[in-house]
Each structure stands twice: as C-alpha cells, then as structure tokens.
Design a protein around this ligand. Structure first.
Ligand code: MTE
Ligand code: MOS
Length: 996
C-alpha cells in the first residue's frame, strides 16, 4: 500500500493484496476513490466500503475463509491508515484515542520478545541428601536426554540396514468411498529397483483385523472407505524407487457417496454401535438424576423431564447451545516406522515405533498366521507417540510383515510426514449439543445434559472408549446433581481417528467449560466466578457414582487466585481494554480433573523382568514404552530406590514382548503407576533372597554411590555362590476398579489427577492474531517420582493443549482428502507461541490418597486440558471487543451479527435509530436470547452515554467453535469492518471445506 499526499490531499496511491486471488491483485477502485480527496477519518470509512465491493469473495472461494480474508484486507487498509496518520503530526488527529496500540502489532515493528519460565517443585525435605543419586522422588534428567540432544539416540529408521533389506511404500486409496475396479501394477514393475507389489491376495493369515473389533481390512479388496486406506505395499531396493513405483500403480475406482463431517453422519444416522458390551446400541449415557420423582426413568428421559420443570421456574436460568471442537494431528517428531526381519522357522523380529508392542505382535501373528511365540515385537524408543502409536502403529507393522513374509527378506516401512498425517488418524473432532440449568439466586448448577458426537472415521479403532472418556469428563470439576451425557460415535469416510493425549477427556471438559461460559453469561456473571461457586468438594459424587476423596481443584483454585494476582490483573485488563479499541486482553482460569485408569478395567495390568548382575548393576525390563515422557527414567528410579543404588547402576534397554508378555499399550498416563509397581514387585522378590547378604555387606553403611554399587555387587556375588536367584518377574493389577456399562455400577477410576491454570492473552482484534502473555499452572502429581520430568510433562501437555484449543486446525476437502498434510498448512505451537511468562508449580505436600507408587500420580495427559485456558482468555478478550461494538451503538445504528463462525443467524441491534426491514429491535433480541444484562446494556445505551467503567456492558454469550484460530478470533471481534463483510449465511463458508 502506498499513498502520496500533497498537503492533505491524496495525489497518488496504489493498493495490492495477496491472498485474495490465486495471484497478487491490485485494487484500482481504491486508488480512484482516494484520488484528490483529503486525508481524513471520513475517507477511510468510505474506502472500506469501496474495498468491500471491489474485493468480494464468494463463500465457496477456493481456500475458504471468505469473510476472514475480506476482513483481514480491510483491517490491513485500516492499520495502514492509522500508521500513516500516526507517523505525521499533521495527520494525527485522524487517529482516535485507543486506536494506536494496534500498530505495535504491525510486522514492521516486530520485536522478538523473550520467553521466560519459572518452575517450582517441592522436594521432600531432608531426604534427598541421604539417598543415592537419582532415586525415586529426585529430580534427575531423562536417562536418554544426552542421546536425544546430541542426535545419538537410535530411532527405528536409524537402525543400520540389514544385508538384503528392502524398502516399502504404502499404496493408499485416493477416494473417500469407492468400489475398486482394478489395480494394475504393470507400470510399477518397469521402475528400476522395483521388487514387488504386495496386496490382499498375499496375506497368509486373516485380512480382517482391528484395534478392538476386527472391522478393518489389512489391504482393501473390493471397496475403500477413506482416502488413505491401504491397498497394498510397493517394495523396492530404495525408498525413492518404492515411491516412484507406488505412483506408477494404476487403480480404477467407481465412486460411491461418502460421509465426511459429523453433520453428514448425523444426517445419515451413520453411527458405530457400542458393542460388544452394548451390541446394536448407538448411544451411550453417563449420568445421574437425583430427584426422587424421576429416579425410575431412563437417565436421558429423566433429565429431559427435570429440565422441562426447571425451565418453567422463574428462578432458574437455562442455557442451550451447540459447540464444535476440531481434531488435532499428533505431529510427533518421528512418523510411523517399522522394520520386519524374518528368521528361520517363521520367526519374526518386528522393531517399530509403537506404544503397543503386544498388539503389534498380535496383528502380525494374525495376518501371517504365525503363532505369537515366534514373533518378537520390540521398541527401543519413539520420537513421540501422543496416543497416535497406541494402536495405529501396529497396522503399519502388519502391512510390512505381509511383504516380508512373501519375499522372505527384511524390510522397513517409514512414512513420510504427509502420508503419516493423511493415513494414520488424528484426535477426534467433537460436536456437542447441551442444555444446562442453574439457580439465579444461589448460582448453583442444577442440571446439565449433553449430547456428544465424535468423528470416528471409517473403522471403530478406539473411537468407542474415546467417546466413553469424553462422557466421563462432561462435568469436569463441577458438582452437578442432575446430569445426562449421551454419546454417539460417527462412522464417516475419513481415516480412522484414534487416541490422542487426553483420549476424549479434553473434548468432554471443553464442552463443559463452554456451557459454563454460556450459563454464566445468562446469569450475568463470568465463567470464572460461576466455576468458583460450583467446584467439587470431598464426598461429592460424580455422574457415574464415584465418590471423591480429594478436592485439590478447590484448594488450587484459591491458591492460584493469589499466586497469579488474579483480581488485580483482571482489573488492570479491564482498564487496558477500555483504553484500547483494537487490542484486547483476556484472563481466564480453568481447572481440570482427569480420571486415571483405562476405562477398560482388564487393561490396568503390567509386568516386569529384573536381573541383578554380580557387578552390582541391574537390568530392568517392563511392559511400558518410552516415547520421550521419561517413563524409563521414573521406573528405573523406583528400582534404584528398592536396591538403594544410584540411578547410574540401573539400565533399561528396550521394551520387548519376549521379556515381558501380554502387555497393554503405554497409555492413559498410568505407565509409571503400573509398571513402577510391577518393577517394585520384581525387586522385592529378588530382595527376599538377597536381603540377608545385603545386610551382611551393609556394615558399615555405604555412604557414596560407588560404595552402594559395590555393596550390591558383593551381596549379589555371595548370593550367587549360594545359588540364589538374582532374577525375578513382577506383576501388578490396579486394585479396586471395575466398571459395568450394563448395570452402570463400579468405580472406573483409581484416582484423579488435578490441575488449575490461569492464563492471560493479548488479541489483535484486527488480525485475530494472539499471544499468550502469561500462564500460571498449578498441578497435582501427588508425591512426584521426578519433579523436573513431571514439570516437563506439564509444560508439554499445556502447550499441546494450547495448540488444540487455539491455532491448530484440521481441514478436510469435500472429497475427503486431508487438506492440512504438513507444516505448511497445519500449524503447531512453536517457540514464540508458548506463554511469554510460563510459571509451573507442583502442588506441594499432596501425596496421592490412593495407594500409588511412592504416592505419586500419573502426569502425561491430565495437564493438556489446561491449555484451554488460552481459549477462554481469548474469548474473554473477544467479549471485550464486542462490548466496544455494542457501545458504539450509542452513537450510531450498527448492525451486529451474532457471534461465532458457525452461527448462521444474524442478530441485528438498533438503538432507537430508524430501522430498515432486516432490523429487529433489541427487545426481540433479548427475549430470544433470554439475556438479562443485554436489556441493561440497552437502557444504558439509550442514554447515549458510553459504557461507564463501573458497569461495563456485558455482551451475551456467543458461539465460538474451537480452536480459537485467527479466523474465528477476527470474526468474533466485532467492528464495522467484519460486520460489513458478514452479511451472508456463515454456514455457507463450510462448503469449501467441511470441518470433519
Ligand atoms: N510425552 C512425550 N514427550 N511424548 C509422548 O509421546 N505421550 C503422552 C504423555 N506424554 C507423550 C508424552 C501420552 S498420550 C500418554 S498416555 C503418556 O505420556 C504415556 O506415558 P506415561 O503413562 O508413562 O505417562
Ligand atoms: Mo495416551 S492418548 O493414552 O496414549
């Protein structure tokens, strides 16, 4: 953008914009408009009108985001106007008070602000110094940390090639749903290096497999059900040749109608059932209605009846709505990778990047028809799993195994990032419809009903348990006496969605906080204030009948109010927002309570194998896998404590099904809980025999680490000469838990992990960009096994949650192709997206009340939901922007459309000015909205006064789907520009790209 002024008169100008067409375009209409006019405030308003007409995008424009792109170009022009005005003393009167702050967000003023972090943990006082280095409870670095940061750590694809080893490339469907007419690999055979095309006909065992239910074909035979579904593997002598040959395979399809989005699935009633426990049932309910009158009824019906009664009570506020939260890509550093190595007699060694070595072994065994005792499945480490390798990894090993079996050669299958993203499944998107009731006087929640839909993709995989966990978390940290949470798993034609850190829990809790925000606005208060009134206390009972024995969220909430200086900062933000029109700040507090245990009770078991050698060193193997979370370090610390030796004398080399058998995935955050106990049991068994020798060798007591190791060495050697077993296995099964869906009885969770976060953001209302200024996190890990690792987990989970609830957005095209297949289109948080001031503390002196390993608690997933505090802080900032827009009604009639991106309705407010046909007056608006403070706002506005500082306008609840992307933020921060472009029906924007 360029303008040339002579005096105050614009003599020449030029405007060009990217992102408004396939190429950069000029906007001559603007130059014509400006020519000869004086530089003034009025002129910019006219210019924006001109621009709106000249740079109009239809709703179905390729690339989508029509309203956002139009708003953004207008914002850009407006910022340019402000910048030119502000830069010249003569023109500066065109800038109104409160507008200049948005200029600091211009890229030419871009300042790299530093990021700082503070971490607090409380060490059990006095003990650390007496213990050997690295025992349980001490902060020691990740055992493989040095290898990670120097690049020496060996991941699956870092293993040297074996003689004769081949490379595979997956051939996948390019249609969302189609009949396979033919597959022709003849052209592939001509590619130099081509070795084989392996498909369904080459499978010696079964072709139908699955994570829980066998509803997936290893290689598709007659039909495909999603883009990315495997048809076979192409094997060649190099990865490049395999890829080239794969592209040469010709597949002919006959396309069939497909279901992509959750809305499509609801429309087609395309659901999976909840079998085998609940066969033919496509809805599952968690809930409890306490009122006597309704007890005999079905849970959902009872809640409906109760809600109906409540809605007739004048003292009860009701909020009803719908909310969507998109999916999330795992984006682990290491994409799926596996190597299969055949041996004599049908032996196979499968080395892969997996959270689930036993399921890998099982699937390979099934597809090859080879018994499991001949298949060893191993994993040294993963470059991240985040749930994405809980089940989906196993399938890649099965694909490769078929080819290895056919060719009798070792081979590896390593996915490229785009293939990984497009085929291996992601976090489930959720759509929820809710209704919630609260008492207007006491501000207590009375009842909540939620209907959840998650997008399962083409096969069930883990979608049913993900939905269950979401239902178990729909009340988050609040006591609600009457609840009914109903879930459905949508069957669609996208890749099968799978586990992702939190496993549905964060989605369920998000819905809860959204309905809390909604009902709070109805009650004329804030979500934070309402939350405070309704936090769970000890002895209260969850919707699934579990009595709570801890109320750490309540305790931590009070604490964080102080440590974050919440009240003062909230007031300061209030002032800041009154003083700044286009830069808004928001502050929010979010609590979380995460149920710990697999909801499938039988999965809560673990095994271990421990060997003590005569040099005083110990080799530990357990059923858990290392994905960067520090599990091996924590488990080794448990063993170090048991033998009273330093961590350096313990080694964990890998996870392997021939050392510990019949394991479950390392998931549900209970890796250290259950494997720690299994290892401890093995250590205790060894110590039974070794104990007498140790007592002898421990006089005098060893004081240094070296003495401790040599003491164990002496004892082990003596014991060995006395023919005492120095090896043992250990086993653990989590006690006291059970859950029966049919009888609706039991205790699904052994205990809960808790956390609270207070986050402040700053939003650029003109672009929708935001930054997280500060986040305070307080988290409960019981007595930490390793405070620094736990804090690392909390920081990582928080930031991954930040990504989910803000910038990350999965987009599918209408034809079922994933559009966001790499870092170019899919944005995860990076260095400057983390909180600029990040303060993480562990709740001190709070050993787990349940009997857990060294009184610790699992930490991997629970803090993820705390990242949503950024979303709610952003939303508070958007409310502030809407308040300004409402306030401007005082001076002129202004049409304001109602809220979030996906809200189709347009609500129009007037202020006693002449109304045109499409204008409804606010009394109508207030009654449909049921919102009281809007009425208050209206009367205040009619006086023509700007909102006073004492009684700030409180805009009504609006829907803003998650995550809070810049598009959603920009369109929620109302002003003349985006109101102008938002005349149409918002849902139309989805036609280009359905949010699956
Ligand atoms: N941390 C790192 N660095 N990498 C990961 O892949 N996965 C998370 C969490 N933390 C993950 C991580 C997930 S989804 C789970 S369930 C837990 O770690 C699993 O490990 P744990 O049970 O040992 O906590
Ligand atoms: Mo974690 S989603 O339970 O692997």
């Amino acid at each position: 953008m360029r303008v040339k002024l002579s005096g105050d008169i614009i003599v020449d100008s030029c405007f060009s914009f990217g992102g408004m067409a396939p190429f950069t375009i000029c906007c001559p209409a603007l130059s014509t408009y400006f020519a000869g006019k004086p530089w003034s405030r009025e002129i910019i308003d006219g210019a924006l009108e001109v621009m709106d007409k000249a740079l109009h995008l239809p709703h179905n424009v390729p690339g989508g985001q029509a309203e956002y792109r139009q708003s953004l170009t207008q914002s850009f022009l407006f910022k340019f106007f402000l910048q030119v005005s502000a830069s010249s003393h003569r023109l500066s009167s065109a800038v109104q008070p409160g507008e200049e702050s948005c200029l600091s967000h211009l890229t030419n003023n871009f300042v790299h602000e530093g990021v700082r972090g503070v971490q607090h943990s409380c060490f059990p006082s006095g003990t650390a110094s007496q213990e050997a280095k690295g025992q349980a409870g001490q902060s020691t670095k990740h055992m493989a940390g040095d290898l990670h940061v120097t690049g020496k750590a060996v991941y699956t694809d870092d293993m040297p090639l074996l003689p004769d080893e081949l490379h595979c490339e997956l051939l996948v469907s390019t249609k969302a749903r189609a009949k396979i007419v033919s597959i022709d690999a003849s052209a592939a055979e001509l590619v130099p290096g081509f070795v084989d095309f392996t498909s369904a006909k080459d499978i010696p065992g079964v072709n139908w497999v699955g994570s829980i239910l066998p509803d997936e074909e290893v290689f598709a035979t007659s039909q495909v059900y999603c883009v990315g579904q495997p048809l076979g593997v192409v094997v060649a002598t190099s990865p490049a040749a395999a890829k080239e040959a794969m592209f040469a395979v010709k597949v002919a399809y006959e396309e069939l109608p497909a279901v992509i989005s959750i809305e499509d699935a609801i429309h087609e009633r395309s659901y999976f059932d909840f079998g085998p426990a609940l066969p033919h049932q496509t809805a599952l309910t968690v809930g409890r209605v306490t009122s006597e009158r309704h007890r005999h009824m079905d849970k959902a019906e009872a809640l409906d009846a109760l809600m109906k009664e409540l809605s007739e009570d004048d003292n009860v506020a009701i909020a009803e709505g719908e909310i969507y939260l998109g999916g999330q890509e795992h984006f682990y550093l290491e994409p799926h990778a596996t190597r299969v190595e055949p041996g004599e007699n049908d032996e196979y060694i499968v080395t892969s990047s997996t959270q689930n070595p036993s399921k890998t072994q099982k699937l390979v065994s099934m597809v090859l028809g080879v018994p499991r005792h001949k298949i060893v499945s191993k994993c040294k480490r993963m470059g991240g799993g985040f749930g994405g390798k809980e089940t989906r990894s196993c399938f890649f090993s099965a694909y490769a195994a078929v080819a290895s079996h056919k060719l009798k050669r070792p081979l590896r299958l390593v996915l490229d990032r785009d293939v990984d993203m497009a085929t291996s499944g992601q976090r489930h998107a959720f759509l929820a419809r809710y209704k919630v009731a609260a008492d207007k006087t006491t501000k207590k929640l009375l009842a909540a009903s939620v209907e959840l839909f998650n997008n399962g993709g083409w096969s069930t995989d883990l979608s049913v348990p993900v939905c269950e966990r979401a239902l178990f978390h729909c009340e988050n940290v609040y006591f609600i006496p009457n609840t009914s949470f109903v879930g459905h798993v949508c069957k669609t034609n996208i890749p099968s969605n799978t586990a992702f850190r939190g496993f549905g829990g964060p989605q369920g809790m998000f819905v809860c906080e959204v309905y809390m925000d909604h009902i709070a606005r109805e009650l004329g208060t804030t979500r934070e204030a309402l939350a405070h009134e309704n936090l769970y206390r000890i002895g209260q009972i969850t919707p699934y009948g579990q009595e709570l024995d801890e109320d750490h969220v309540f305790v931590m909430w009070q604490k964080i109010l102080q440590t974050s200086d919440y009240e003062n900062r909230r007031k300061a933000i209030e002032q800041f927002n009154l003083a700044n029109r286009y830069v808004k700040r928001g502050l929010s507090i979010v609590g979380t309570k995460f149920g710990m245990s697999f909801t499938k009770t039988f999965m809560n078991q673990a095994g271990a194998l421990v060997h003590v050698y005569q040099d005083g060193t110990v080799l530990v193997t357990h059923g858990g896998t290392e994905m960067g979370q520090g599990l091996h370090t924590k488990v080794a610390q448990v063993a170090a404590s048991a033998f009273d030796i330093p961590l350096s004398a313990i080694y964990i080399s890998e996870t392997s099904t021939d050392k510990v058998a019949n394991t479950h995935p390392t998931a549900a955050s209970v890796g250290s809980d259950i494997n720690g106990f299994a290892v401890l049991e093995a250590c205790r068994k060894i110590l039974e025999g070794l104990g007498p020798y140790l007592s002898r060798c421990r006089t005098p007591q060893p004081t240094t680490d070296e003495e401790r190791i040599s003491t164990l060495a002496k004892a082990a050697t003596l014991a060995h000469f006395d023919r005492v077993n120095l090896s043992a296995n250990g086993f653990y099964a989590t006690p006291d838990i059970s859950w029966d869906w049919v009888k609706y009885t039991g205790k699904p969770f052994y205990y809960f992990g808790h956390g609270v976060a207070c986050t402040e953001v700053e939003v650029d209302a003109l672009t929708g960009d935001h930054k997280v200024i500060r986040a305070d996190v307080l988290h409960d890990v019981g007595n930490s096994l390793n405070p620094v690792i736990d804090i690392g987990q909390i920081e990582g989970a928080f930031v991954q949650g930040l990504g989910l609830f803000t910038i990350e957005q999965v987009v599918f095209n209408n034809n079922g192709h994933l559009f966001t297949k790499g870092p170019g289109t899919y944005k995860i948080p990076t260095a400057l997206d983390i909180p600029r001031d990040f303060r993480v503390s562990l709740l001190p002196n709070a050993p787990s009340k349940s009997s857990t390993i060294h009184s610790s608690k699992g930490v991997g997933e629970p803090p993820l939901f705390l990242g949503s505090s950024a979303y709610f802080a952003i939303k508070n900032a958007c409310y502030a922007a809407q308040r300004d827009a409402l306030a401007s009604l005082a001076s002129h009639s202004c049409k304001i459309s109602g809220g979030g991106l996906s809200q189709g309705t347009t609500r129009t407010l007037t202020n006693g000015c002449e109304s045109d046909e499409d204008t409804i007056d606010t009394t109508d608006c207030a009654s449909t909205n049921g919102h009281t403070s809007l009425n208050g706002a209206q009367s205040e506005l009619q006086t023509g006064d700007p909102p006073s500082k004492a009684s700030p306008l409180s805009p009504p609840y609006f829907r803003m789907d998650g995550g809070a992307t810049s598009e959603r933020i920009r369109l929620s921060c109302w002003d003349d520009m985006n109101v102008r472009v938002r005349k149409g029906d918002f849902d139309a924007a989805r036609h280009w790209a359905p949010l699956a």
